[in-house]
Ligand binder design. Structure first.
Ligand code: ADP
Ligand code: MG
Length: 500
C-alpha cells in the first residue's frame, strides 16, 4: 500500500473526520490501507451480502441488515477506538433511519471525548445525503506519483525479466501519470504482450488506452481537430506566451526537476469570433497533447449530489489522461447563474466552487484553457491570481491582424496572390472579426467560381466586404459591454500593437 494513501487516511482520522467515503473499485487495496492505519483499533465490517463480517478473515459473523448492524456496534466506540467499515451501502443512504444512526455516531465522535468511532463507507457509487454532508469526507485514493510509477514499472520489468532502455522508462513514466496502479499494470501487460518488449512505440498504446477510459465515462469529450498555431492570425502576445509554455510541456520531466512550475492554464476573454476557440485547439496542437472538452451542462444529474459526483469524476478523469488540455468553452454560460439565489442555481454554484478548489489545488499536468465572451456576470474570485497563469483579452483584430487573417484564409483555399492590396482591405474592414473576414473570403471565392474567374482581385474582396455585416454593426451594444468589463480587470492584451 502506498505511503501517501495511508498518511492521508491517518490525518483524516486524527482530524476527527467522522465519516470517510472512499470511492474505489478495489476493496482489497482499501482494506489494506485501513488495516495499516488501524493497527490498534477494533475494525468491524458490514458487508451488504453477508452482514457482520470479521474484518481480518472476512468470515461471516452474524447475519443482519445495516440498521441492526449499526445498532449493534454503535456503542463500541465508548470502550475502544473503533472503525466501522461499511461496504456497498450506497443504496441505503436515502433511508432516514440509517441517516439518523450514522449522524448519531458522527456527532458522538466529534463531541464526546470518551467516544471514538470512525466510519468508512466503501463504494464505487458516491451518494451523499444532505443531512450528512458536514460529516462526510470523500477520499479519492491519490494516484501514484512519479517515483511510485517508476517503481511499478521497475517491478514489472524485473518480474518479466526484460530489458528496457532507461530513457523509455522515463518517458512512459510520464505518460502513465494519472492512471492508478491497476491500470498501469494492465497497460504494461498489454504493451509487453504486444511485442514481447516495452519500447518508445508503446507510448502510443498508452495514449490509446487513456482515450478508452474517457470514451467509457461519457463525461468528457475528446476533440479532434486539424488547426494549429499558424492558423491564428495575430494574437502575437498570446501565441508567444503559449510557445513558452509549450517548451515546458515538451520537456516536462526536466522542467520539473529544474524547478519550473507546471503550467496551470489560461483564460481567454473577449470578442466573439476572434479566435478564442481556435486558440484552444492550437494550444493542444502546440503542446502535442490531447484536447478534451468539459461540458458542464452534461454533468448535471437529476439526483441530489449527482452533478457534484459527475464533476469530481470528470476532473479525475482529466487527470487520468493528463498531460492534456482541458477546454471549457464559453465558461460564462457553463456556470451561468452562479451566486444567484435558490433553485437550480444552487447546483451550478456548488459545481463552480468545486471547480475553483480543484484548480487552486491542482498539481497535475492538466492545462486548462477557458474561454469567455462576456464575464460581467462571472464571480470575481474566478479571475483572482493563482488560478490561471494568465488572463488574455482578445480584442477585435487590428489592421495588421486583419491582413494576416485574410491571408490565412485565402492561402488555406489556395487563392492568395501578390496582387491583393492589403492596405485597401485593412481600411475597409475596421470592426470586422476573424469570423467576418473568413466569411468575406468564402463569399468572394464562391462568387469568383460562379463568375468563372481564376484569380481573386482586391475589388472582388472589397465587394464582399461591402455586402458583409460585421460584428461591430450587429453586436454593437454587446461589444461595448465586453469592453467596459474588461477595463475593470487586470488582463493582458492578446495582440501586439498595430504597426499600421
Ligand atoms: N485570429 C484569427 N485568425 C484566423 N482565423 C480566425 C481568427 N479569429 C477567428 N477566425 C475564424 O473564425 C472562426 C471562428 O472563430 P472562433 O475561434 O470560434 O471564435 P471565438 O473567439 O468566438 O471562439 C474560426 O474558426 C476561424 O476560421
Ligand atoms: Mg468560441
Amino acid at each position: 500500500m502506498k505511503r501517501s494513501t495511508v498518511n492521508i487516511l491517518a490525518s483524516y482520522i486524527d482530524a476527527l473526520h467522522p465519516i470517510i467515503y472512499i470511492n474505489h473499485f478495489d476493496f482489497k487495496v482499501i482494506d489494506d490501507a485501513i488495516a495499516h492505519v488501524g493497527e490498534n483499533v477494533k475494525c468491524v465490517e458490514f458487508n451488504n451480502a453477508l452482514g457482520l463480517v470479521d474484518f481480518k478473515t472476512k468470515s461471516p459473523m452474524q447475519e443482519c441488515d445495516l440498521e441492526q448492524f449499526l445498532k449493534l456496534t454503535m456503542d463500541d466506540g465508548f470502550e475502544q477506538d473503533t472503525f466501522l467499515v461499511l461496504k456497498d451501502i450506497h443504496g441505503e443512504l436515502n433511508n432516514p433511519k440509517i441517516i439518523a444512526l450514522l449522524k448519531r455516531i458522527a456527532e458522538n465522535n466529534l463531541y464526546n471525548e470518551s467516544y471514538n468511532t470512525t466510519i468508512f463507507i466503501l463504494s464505487e457509487i458516491t451518494v451523499i445525503p444532505r443531512e450528512l454532508e458536514n460529516y462526510i469526507t470523500v477520499f479519492d485514493i491519490p494516484l501514484p506519483i512519479t517515483s511510485e510509477i517508476l517503481s511499478i514499472i521497475n517491478d514489472f520489468v524485473s518480474d518479466m525479466d526484460i530489458f528496457v532502455e532507461q530513457e523509455t522508462i522515463n518517458d512512459i513514466t510520464l505518460s502513465f501519470k494519472g492512471l492508478n496502479e491497476f491500470q498501469i499494470r494492465q497497460i504494461l501487460n498489454l504493451a509487453y504482450q504486444d511485442g514481447g518488449c516495452i519500447d518508445q512505440d508503446d507510448k502510443l498504446l498508452i495514449l490509446k488506452e487513456k482515450e478508452q477510459f474517457i470514451k467509457k465515462s461519457g463525461m468528457l469529450e475528446i476533440v479532434n481537430f486539424t488547426e494549429n498555431i499558424d492558423h491564428i492570425g495575430g494574437l502575437e502576445n498570446l501565441k508567444e506566451w503559449l510557445a513558452r509554455k509549450a517548451k515546458v510541456f515538451a520537456n516536462l520531466d526536466k522542467a520539473i526537476k529544474f524547478g519550473v512550475d507546471v503550467p496551470k492554464g489560461i483564460m481567454i476573454i473577449g470578442m466573439p469570433g476572434c479566435g478564442k476557440s481556435l486558440t484552444a485547439k492550437a494550444t493542444a496542437s502546440l503542446f502535442e497533447i490531447p484536447l478534451v472538452r468539459l461540458d458542464v451542462g452534461r454533468l448535471l444529474g437529476k439526483y441530489v449530489g449527482e452533478s457534484e459526483e459527475n464533476m469530481r469524476k470528470a476532473l479525475k478523469l482529466s487527470e487520468a489522461i493528463s498531460p492534456c488540455v482541458l477546454w471549457i468553452d464559453e465558461i460564462e454560460k457553463a456556470f451561468a447563474g452562479v451566486g444567484g439565489d435558490g433553485g437550480g442555481n444552487d447546483v451550478t454554484t456548488r459545481l463552480f466552487g468545486q471547480f475553483l478548489t480543484w484548480m487552486q489545488e491542482k498539481e497535475n499536468t492538466v492545462f486548462i484553457v477557458a474561454t469567455a465572451n462576456d464575464i460581467s456576470r462571472m464571480p470575481p474570485e474566478f479571475l483572482r491570481k493563482g488560478r490561471f497563469d494568465e488572463l488574455f483579452f482578445v480584442d477585435l483584430p487590428n489592421g495588421e491582424e486583419r491582413r494576416k487573417i485574410l491571408d490565412i484564409h485565402l492561402k488555406k483555399r489556395k487563392k492568395w496572390n501578390k496582387g491583393i492590396d492589403s492596405i485597401a482591405l485593412i481600411k475597409e474592414t475596421v470592426g470586422f472579426n476573424g469570423a467576418d473576414l473568413e466569411a468575406v473570403v468564402k463569399d468572394t471565392i464562391e462568387m469568383a467560381f460562379i463568375d468563372g474567374k481564376e484569380m481573386i482581385t482586391t475589388e472582388d474582396l472589397l465587394k464582399s466586404v461591402k455586402d458583409t455585416k460585421s460584428i461591430s454593426s450587429t453586436l454593437k451594444e454587446k461589444i461595448k459591454e465586453i469592453k467596459s468589463t474588461i477595463d475593470k480587470i487586470d488582463i493582458k492584451p492578446a495582440s501586439k500593437e498595430d504597426i499600421h
